[in-house]
Design a binder for this molecule. Structure first.
Ligand code: MYR
Length: 131
């Protein structure tokens, strides 16, 4: 289950990934220490995700398989949806500014939540610990 409070512990290739996404160096430096915390509440197909970081706090509600809008901390707007694949959550989102696709997967591995991101052939991961 993904329910719970997850705090980012470490990231892998996240700076390169953000660079590829077009995030400038100042924001990338800040994002490296964003203290991202994600509270996930799943009830059947419905999710409430409460995101907080040094950038902002944001509540997101979505239903599996139903597209919704989401904006990144730098203002980049996405539209897409999450679905399940076995025990994983797979998200497919398109950027509204250029139509390019960002895919992301959430998986529980050894009690940690691993979120991987992929955009135009560049991959990154952020690993969260349960609070
Ligand atoms: C959620 O479930 O947390 C809300 C929807 C998330 C949509 C996809 C998030 C992609 C984040 C990519 C970060 C890259 C920054 C350049």
């Amino acid at each position: 289950t993904f329910n719970g409070t997850w705090k980012v512990d470490r990231s892998d290739n996240y700076d390169k990934f953000m660079e590829h996404m077009g995030v400038n160096v100042v924001k990338r430096k800040l994002a490296a220490h964003d203290n991202l915390k994600i509270i996930i509440q799943q009830d059947g197909n419905k999710f409430v995700v409460k995101e907080s970081s040094t950038f902002r706090t944001k509540d997101i509600e979505f239903t599996l398989g139903v597209a919704f809008d989401y904006s990144l901390a730098d203002g980049t707007e996405l539209n897409g949806s999450w679905e399940t694949d076995g025990d994983k959550l797979v998200g497919k989102f398109s950027r509204k500014d250029n139509g390019k696709v960002l895919t992301t997967v959430r998986d529980i591995v050894g009690g940690e939540m691993v979120q991987s991101y992929s955009y135009e052939g560049v991959d990154a991961k952020r690993i969260f610990e349960k609070e």
